[in-house]
Ligand binder design. Sequence first.
Ligand SMILES: [Zn+2]
Length: 136
Amino acid sequence: MICIQSEGGIDRRITPVFVCDMCNEPITDIAIGAAVFRDRGHGEGELHTALHVHKGRCHKQAEAQLVGRTGGPWHELGDHLNDVVAGMGVTIRGMIGREVAWSAALTPDQHNELQGRISELGEWLREHGVASPLWD
Ligand SMILES: [Zn+2]
């Protein structure tokens, strides 16, 4: 699951974090997380739960809960996050654009230069056979 975590203090800064669906502790490093799901018995258009978990003991518990055994389907949490983002229509250009807008640091000319550089990156990746909706 995704939760909001407060750093407390006067600023009350909040940050979204993945929290393990098995042990309820934050997943603090994308490399130690997994998304576990069922891959059978799905009807067209049905929605099914994907559990976000720590690798290891929590991962095994999630597989047992969803498929009744260990060794079920799963994705690296980072790959799962990319799939979610791409599935929502977010692109690299969009993500960079949001961060740039928040910072308000670039001049209009720098913003135009950035758009060109992002386009060049997408073209370079496509030329090298790297296809993804993230840079379309
Ligand atoms: Zn856990």
